[in-house]
Write a protein that binds this ligand. Structure first.
Ligand SMILES: Cc1ncc(COP(=O)(O)O)c(C=O)c1O
Length: 397
C-alpha cells in the first residue's frame, strides 16, 4: 500500500493491475510497499495448491468468522515466541489486513460525533478512513520518543472540559509510519494506564513489528494491557499485501464483538482462501527464515538510503535512523515545505510523501521516504536526486 498525494499525482491508469504504478523516470520513494522481488511466491504457490486439497473443502466455503483455526494457532505460536504474554489460537482473530480491521473497528466501536485521537503525524491512509466517518479527529503531539503522553493527558482534560467524548486512540507505536520512531518503553506503560483511566480504546497498528533491524521491537501495547488495546497485525509487509491477510489480538469480549459483527456474520472470514493458504505456508516452517532474510535485506536498504542522504542532503536537513519498518523521515530547512518541494523533486526524478499528507491539520518542513521498494543502488540515486532537488528549491530554481 502506498500513500496518496494531495493532488492525486500518483493516480494509476484505470487498467493498472496494481495499486501503485511507477511513473517513467521517477524513483517513487513515496510508495510504502514491500518489494515484489521479496515475495515468497514459489512457497505461496505451493501453499495455495495445498489449501485446495480435498477439493478445497476447507478453503473455499464460507470460513469460520474468526478465521481458519490452524492459522490462528500458528499465529498465536508466532506471537508467543516474541511477546511476553501467553496467547492461544482463541485469542487471535483473522482479518483482511490492518486496513480492513481498522475500518471494521471504527464501525463497531465508534459512534457519530466521537473523538478519535491520533499522533499528530500518522499513517496518511488511516486518516482517509477516519475522515470518511462522522468522527472528530484530534491530533496529539509526538516527538522522537513517540506520542507525548503528557500532552495526551492535557488533551483529555481539555476535551472533558468541553464535554467531548474521546473514544479511541489510533497509534502506530512501533516503527511508526511516517516517522520511523518507536514509542519509548516508559511511555508505553503510562499510555495504557491513561487509556484505562479514561476508558479510551487503543487501536495499536502494529504492522511493522517483525521488521526490526537493530534489536527486537519493544513490547506491544497489547502485551502490556490486552483489556484496553486492540492490536492489528498484518502479513502485508512480510509475505505479500495482495493476500489481504492480517490478525487482531484483543480482549475476548472485543474479539467476540469483532467476529460477530454484521460483516463477518454475513460473509465469514474476509480472506478465507488466502488465510488458508497462509496457514499452509506457515506449516512449511520457513517463515522465520524468510523474516530473517527480509530483515537483512531491508536493513541494507535502510543503511544505503541513510548513507546516501548523509552524503547528499544540504545543510539544514536532518533525519534519524529508524530501528525498523519502511520509512525515513527527513526534516527540511525552515520555510521549505514538503508539498512545495515535491514538484521540484519530481522534475529531478524522485518522489516522496510530504508531511502535510500525514497530518490531520497543518504542515511542517518534512517528508517521508520509503526504502522498501528499491534495491540499494536505486535508493542511493534517489537520495542524490533529492539532495539536488532540495538545493534547487532553496536556490529558488
Ligand atoms: C501503519 C500502517 N497500517 C496499515 C497499513 C496497511 O496494512 P494492510 O495491508 O494490512 O491493510 C500500512 C501500509 O502502508 C501501514 O503503514
Amino acid at each position: 500500500v502506498s500513500e496518496e498525494l494531495a493532488d492525486g499525482a500518483h493516480a494509476a491508469p484505470a487498467d493498472a493491475a496494481t495499486q501503485n504504478v511507477a511513473r517513467e523516470g521517477v524513483l517513487e520513494l513515496v510508495f510504502g510497499e514491500p518489494d515484489p522481488a521479496l515475495f515468497p511466491a514459489a512457497g505461496l504457490a505451493r501453499a495455495c495448491v495445498r489449501a485446495l486439497r480435498d477439493g478445497g473443502r476447507a478453503a473455499l466455503p464460507y470460513g469460520a468468522n474468526a478465521g481458519p483455526p490452524e492459522l490462528r494457532r500458528r499465529l498465536a505460536a508466532h506471537i508467543a515466541a516474541a511477546e511476553a504474554r501467553p496467547i492461544a489460537g482463541d485469542d487471535v482473530v483473522i482479518t483482511g489486513g490492518s486496513s480492513q480491521a481498522l475500518d471494521q473497528i471504527l464501525t463497531l466501536f465508534t459512534d457519530p460525533g466521537d473523538v478519535v485521537l491520533v499522533e499528530d503525524r500518522t499513517y496518511s491512509l488511516a486518516l482517509g478512513m477516519l475522515r470518511e466517518r462522522p468522527l472528530r479527529v484530534v491530533p496529539i503531539p509526538m516527538d522522537n520518543d513517540g506520542l507525548d503522553v503528557t500532552a495526551l493527558e492535557g488533551a483529555l482534560a481539555a476535551l472533558a472540559a468541553e464535554g467531548a467524548r474521546p473514544r479511541l486512540l489510533y497509534t502506530v507505536a512501533t516503527f511508526h509510519n511516517p516517522t520511523g520512531v518507536c514509542l519509548a518503553a516508559e511511555r508505553r506503560g503510562r499510555l495504557v494506564q491513561i487509556a484505562a483511566e479514561h476508558d479510551v480504546l487503543i487501536v495499536e497498528d502494529d504492522v511493522y513489528r517483525d521488521l526490526s533491524y537493530d534489536r527486537p521491537a519493544p513490547a506491544s501495547l497489547w502485551s502490556l494491557a490486552p483489556d484496553v488495546v486492540m492490536r492489528l497485525g498484518s502479513f502485508s509487509k512480510t509475505l505479500a499485501p495482495g493476500l489481504r491477510v492480517g490478525w487482531l489480538t484483543a480482549s475476548p469480549e472485543r474479539l467476540a464483538r469483532f467476529a460477530h459483527g454484521g460483516l463477518l456474520e454475513s460473509g465469514g472470514c474476509v480472506s478465507q482462501f488466502a488465510a488458508s493458504a497462509t496457514a499452509a505456508y506457515l506449516a512449511d516452517g520457513y517463515y522465520d527464515e524468510h523474516l530473517a532474510g527480509l530483515r537483512t535485506e531491508y536493513r541494507r536498504r535502510r543503511d544505503a538510503l541513510a548513507d546516501s542522504l548523509t552524503e547528499h542532503l544540504p545543510a539544514g536537513c536532518g533525519f534519524a535512523l529508524p530501528g525498523g519498518g519502511f520509512f525515513i523521515w527527513v526534516t527540511l530547512p525552515p520555510g521549505l515545505s514538503g508539498a512545495a518541494l515535491l514538484p521540484v523533486a519530481e522534475r529531478h526524478g524522485v518522489s516522496f510523501l510530504p508531511a502535510a499528507a500525514c497530518r490531520p491539520h497543518g504542515d511542517e518542513p518534512a517528508l517521508r521516504l520509503a526504502f522498501s521498494l528499491y534495491p540499494t543502488d536505486v535508493l542511493a540515486e534517489g537520495a542524490r536526486r533529492l539532495g539536488r532537488a532540495v538545493g534547487a528549491a532553496l536556490a529558488g530554481a
